[in-house]
Design a protein around this ligand. Structure first.
Ligand SMILES: [Zn+2]
Length: 346
């Protein structure tokens, strides 16, 4: 079965400046590395176009969209950490167009589709920061909901930062099960994502957060994944899965402090692919954050290896010892206690 990947050279214009941590040409570097490693023969490349205003307005407030359009004309600041360069309205719409196109490919015979410039999960309906402008995940979900009438979307967000924007958009919506694993908000931007944040109203029980303490190692992270995610996925029985596969949880990422390794990313992607195979067979992957150029690109490569089922992934040179097992076990216990009010999880 073929995997689709979307790519446009203009992706590399989503650049917030030379001194900004976001690596503007990371999409190109990722594609070059995949080509050098001989992976493109397993991937079919598609060229995205920009989403239109109608796509944006299914998710975002008109005032917010107009604000970004205005900033994009002369440049400015969207938030203290998020400069808005000239033209960003078009580049952010192109990124969202990639996620939308990748989503559509899953209805055209592909079982997995990847957008290397996606996962802007800090964008809410009427606000954003954290290097994000438009929430491409929600834009794709709302487009697919309208076009294909789907009723159960699963989002697994493994970026090191809490997915506050996506969570807020779907906080009262039981049709989207949103699971975020991230570094504890008391130690990292954006500060949210406590285990007690579980959704509201009809959406109660459909938001799941696991805030991990700094330095948590990859083996402990995988243990937590296995304890929490498969039982929820099985019971929810999604019709569509989005995997935000940010790699800023790697132990050498400059912006955060988790202890994941290259291997961890292979094993996570492999597990999520298998969850997709056993449910809806529709897996949309947005590659998400990662702020050290080569480390991010190698981690993304390992994710692609996991998705397409190739075992020749990159391994860490140094051994990373187990860290925070007992703390994370306690955390899992607390989370399961909360979730057991809504799910068959023990
Ligand atoms: Zn991140």
């Amino acid at each position: 079965m073929m995997t689709a990947i979307v790519y446009h050279e203009d992706y590399n214009k989503y650049d917030l400046g030379v001194t900004h941590p976001l690596i503007g040409d990371k999409p190109r570097k990722t594609m070059v590395f995949l080509r050098e490693k001989g992976m493109l023969r397993f991937l079919k490349i598609f060229t995205p176009t920009r989403v239109d205003e109608n796509d944006l307005l299914r998710v975002h407030d008109k005032m917010f969209v107009d604000h970004i359009k205005e900033l994009s004309r002369n440049g400015g600041m969207l938030a203290v950490d998020t400069p808005a360069p000239v033209g960003i309205y078009d580049y952010a719409r192109l990124a969202a167009g990639g996620t939308k196109l990748a989503g559509e490919k899953l209805f055209e015979g592909f079982h997995c589709a990847i957008n290397p410039l996606g996962g802007f999960h800090h964008a809410g309906r009427g606000y954003s920061s954290g290097f994000c402008f438009f929430n491409d995940i929600a834009i794709a979900i709302e487009y697919l909901r309208e076009k294909h009438g789907l009723k159960r979307f699963l989002v697994i967000d493994l970026d090191v930062h809490h997915a506050n924007g996506t969570q807020d958009i779907y906080y009262e919506d039981p049709t989207v099960l949103h699971i975020s694993f991230h570094q504890d908000g008391r130690t990292l931007y954006p500060g949210t994502g406590d285990v007690e944040e579980i959704g509201r109203g009809d959406g109660e029980g459909f938001t799941v957060n696991l805030p991990l303490p700094p330095y948590t190692s990859g083996d402990v992270y995988l243990m937590a994944f296995d304890e929490i995610i498969p039982p929820l996925v099985e019971e929810f029985d999604p019709e569509f899965i989005v995997y935000q596969s940010g790699v800023d949880g790697h132990h050498l990422d400059p912006l955060a402090s988790l202890g994941l390794t290259y291997q961890t990313y292979y094993h996570l992607a492999d597990r999520i692919k298998n969850l997709s195979f056993s449910t809806c067979n529709k897996l949309l992957v947005v590659l998400g954050g990662g702020y050290s150029s080569m480390i991010s690109v190698k981690s993304y490569y390992n994710i692609v290896c996991g998705l397409i089922g190739r075992g020749d992934y990159i391994e860490e040179e140094a051994y990373i010892s187990e860290k925070n097992m007992r703390q994370v076990e306690e955390l899992i216990h607390s989370l399961k206690k909360i979730l057991s009010r809504y799910w068959n999880i023990i």
